[in-house]
Design a protein around this ligand. Structure first.
Ligand code: IPM
Ligand code: MG
Length: 352
């Protein structure tokens, strides 16, 4: 089959990891007789430098006209001025919104061989297999009003946590659907004891739960959820939550896996066009050294095969190769090894 992929390497270590994921995809294409064609575009700080905008209309249009988008990472100290008109992160948010990818899937699994890299005791990590479904195009990141002004002679800044019923419903329904293929449990995370938006969230969770009686539904307040992720992470199957809650909880959950560098994500909307990116950032401290862990991006490519291209066999084969690579002891620096980004990708390719 033929698929068109837009590559957005971005900033920092982004280009180093995306090029490896593309090599892995090429290996899949060769092995299974597919054709992947790539177009590479700038997004983030690199796009600000070249075009004066973190995401140009042309780049967004190119992404929209492809079958999937693979992104590295954006941001860095160079573009961190709080008063700057544009920021690399704005490009990423505009891309998510522009593509309509309202659900961000972040699976967190712990490879037994990496348990020692987690700060948690190994017995707590047994059986951890969580899928966080983070709402991605609404909530505190996108609500209005938003901005800065001067009120009563004082400088003021406002962000708004806003949700429409349909925004909650569609991500909730997806969470239930995904739970059906797993352990059939949905944990809806909110702050319904304080926030109005969370009370709407919970109300809709209950309604969707009533229509999906084969799935167990539980509600947890976000502060409790953050505690339970550390005290007993194995309790959870699918966790669905607001945009910013999900941002925070997934960084927390990532340490369970030993390194943030290991974790992929898929952002999905109504169509099969998806946005795939590792959950880690641009890691400016190691950028250009060729030592970043490519696994998060490579596993994101596996999610692309599954969710955008419906190539389950290929996706599972790639995930198996990654698992075997880790079992066999191949390691980049973040998980205690010496392999370069390229060498780590080679180890995975060897096992495909
Ligand atoms: C993430 C990142 C982004 C987010 C930043 C870079 C805008 O932290 O994907 O989790 O907050 O969504
Ligand atoms: Mg984040």
């Amino acid at each position: 089959m033929n698929f068109k992929i837009t590559l957005l390497p971005g900033d920092g270590i982004g280009p180093e990891i995306v090029v490896e994921a593309a090599r892995v995809l090429d290996t899949i294409a060769g092995k299974y007789n597919h054709t992947f064609t790539y177009q590479e575009r700038l997004m983030g700080g690199c796009s600000i430098d070249k075009y004066g905008s973190s995401l140009t209309d042309e780049t967004l249009a190119d992404c929209k006209s492809s079958d999937a988008v693979l992104l590295g990472a954006v941001g860095g100290p160079k573009w961190d001025d709080p008063l700057a008109k544009d920021r690399p992160e704005r490009g990423l948010l505009a891309l998510r919104k522009g593509l309509g990818v309202f659900a961000n899937l972040r699976p967190v699994k712990v490879h037994p061989a990496l348990m020692e890299w987690s700060p948690l005791k190994p017995e707590k990590l047994q059986g951890v297999d969580i899928l966080v479904v983070r709402e991605l195009t609404g909530g505190l990141y996108f609500g209005f009003p938003k901005g800065r002004d001067v009120k009563d002679g004082r400088e003021r800044a406002v962000d708004t946590l806003e949700y429409y019923d349909y925004e909650v419903r569609r991500v909730m329904e997806l969470a239930f659907k995904l739970a059906r293929g797993r352990k059939k449990k949905v944990t809806s995370v909110d702050k319904a004891n304080v926030l109005e938006s969370s009370r709407l969230w919970r109300q809709i969770a209950v309604k969707v739960g009533e229509a999906n009686k084969d799935i167990e539904l539980e509600h947890t307040l976000v502060d409790t959820a953050s505690m339970r992720l550390i005290t007993g992470p194995a309790w959870m199957d699918v966790m669905v939550t607001e945009n910013m809650f999900g941002d925070i909880l997934t960084d927390e959950a990532s340490v369970l896996a030993g390194s943030m560098g290991m974790l992929p994500s898929a952002s999905l909307g109504e169509s099969t066009l998806g946005l795939y990116e590792p959950i880690h950032g641009s890691a400016p401290d190691i950028a250009g050294k060729g030592i970043a862990n490519p696994v998060g991006t490579i596993l994101s490519a596996a999610m692309m095969l599954r969710h955008s291209f419906n190539l389950e066999t290929e996706a599972a084969a790639l995930e198996k190769a990654v698992e075997q690579t880790i079992t066999d002891g191949a390691r980049t620096a973040d998980i205690g090894g010496k392999l370069t980004t390229r060498q780590m990708a080679d180890e995975i390719i060897k096992r495909m």
